[in-house]
Ligand binder design. Structure first.
Ligand code: NAD
Ligand code: GLY
Length: 361
């Protein structure tokens, strides 16, 4: 397939997302063309490095690799400190580029290290999960979790480029692949009924990772995200739609100590919670709420939530970044492809929605 290029024109930096089979093999030349500073550090995880490292090491022959654990429970400051330690030991200076090579956890952590090491060094994202390719590598959010809340420590720091090679998804376990699809459904719900329908109708080919089906879905997701972050880089307004389903989603991750759910799975439940809130207010047609339930169910089972008390979820929600001046901003669906942001959801409504979706009393 021909490469796809999507421009991300944020006020702090303009860059391109390139989606191309085999892009990793050409990464050395790509970085040279970008004039990326010449000392290159690849930050990856042992698993991703074992699976795909040799190809990347060949493409970036003089690069030094730094391996740290990934997975949500390692997305914390001590892991970032390991990246700083390796950079300091290697005498990395400002003429350095950090290349992140992994899923959203590696991208967010190594992106935060790039934003803060020597007050900022060049950053290029090479995402290797579906979730990272369609979402986390674009838009400049980098950071780590705090035990009390998700992504509470971080920065906005845009990369020089995002290089997406869909071929790396060939080794991604089905559960991780599915986790990325919930974020694609998110874009469908907020911005594109056509994308939503595509996921619903082309599920088999998507799971089979047929390039002619999957690449356009990745590209459309990236286009939606690029347009939103270009319009609102620092989440003063429109970008809040990208948090669709994330209020309850982040709370699920925090109450289960980041161990039980993939981020995308938590967002899957979070979308059901906001659909329930919208239904209860009469803001969303039953037909659309059912379509969301059906597409989520069609992807496969989500981990159980019946043992998670709604009260604990509400406590976690109160620590969320989406609380502004004591009011919780919630993105409600009003149709497939349309949302409204409200700040008057009461605790009672949220509790009722959590229970209706299946959380414990
Ligand atoms: P992850 O980074 O933990 O990766 C999931 C698992 O897949 C890991 O075990 C990893 O080793 C493995 N893996 C990665 N690539 C692989 C490959 N090609 N083949 C086989 N295994 C592979 O999880 P994720 O779902 O990619 O990212 C979730 C994170 O992204 C969350 O922390 C979330 O908060 C963050 N996120 C950030 C943004 C943002 O805008 N910055 C947006 C959405 C999500
Ligand atoms: N995933 C939320 C954002 O990038 O804004």
């Amino acid at each position: 397939m021909d490469p796809v290029r999507i421009d991300v024109a944020t006020p702090s930096r303009a860059y391109t997302v390139t989606i191309a089979d085999g892009a990793i093999e050409r990464l050395g030349r790509t970085l040279d063309d970008l004039h990326a500073p010449e000392r290159r550090f690849i930050v990856s995880s042992p698993l991703v490095w074992r699976l795909h490292g040799p190809k990347l090491a060949h493409a970036l022959s003089s690069a030094e690799s730094i391996l740290v654990p990934d997975g949500e429970r390692f997305k914390q400051l001590p892991t970032v400190a390991r990246i700083y330690d390796a950079l300091v030991r290697a005498n990395a200076d400002r003429a350095s580029t950090i290349v992140t090579f992994g899923g959203g956890v590696i991208g967010d952590m190594a992106g935060f290290a790039a934003a803060t090491y020597l007050r900022g060094v060049a950053l290029v994202h090479v995402p290797t999960t579906l979730l990272a390719q369609v979402d986390s590598a674009i838009g400049g959010k980098v950071g780590v979790n705090h035990p009390l809340g998700k992504n509470l420590i971080g920065a906005f720091y845009q990369p020089l480029a995002v290089i997406v090679d869909p071929q790396v998804l060939g080794t991604l376990p089905r559960r991780e692949f599915r986790a990325g699809l919930y974020e694609v459904i998110k874009y469908g719900m907020t911005s594109s009924a056509a994308l939503f329908d595509r996921v619903a109708k082309e599920r088999k080919a998507i799971f089979a990772r047929v390039p002619e089906t999957l690449t356009p879905i990745i590209a459309e997701s990236c286009r939606i995200k690029a347009a939103v972050v270009a319009a609102d880089e620092r989440e003063a307004g429109l970008r809040r739609i990208l948090n669709f389903g994330h209020t309850a989603g982040h709370a699920i991750e925090a109450v289960t100590k980041y161990r039980r759910f993939r981020h995308g799975e938590a967002v899957g439940y979070g979308m059901l919670v906001v659909a329930q809130l919208a239904r209860a207010r009469g803001a969303l047609a039953e037909r659309d709420a059912q379509a969301l339930k059906d597409v989520i169910a069609s992807l496969g089972p989500l981990p159980p939530i019946a043992d998670l008390p709604a009260t604990q979820m509400l406590d976690a929600i109160k620590h969320d970044k989406k609380m502004v001046a004591g009011r919780l901003h919630v993105v409600l669906p009003t149709a497939i492809g349309a949302t409204a942001i409200v700040d008057d959801v009461t605790e009672k409504e949220m509790r009722a929605a959590l229970k209706a979706v299946g959380f414990a009393k």
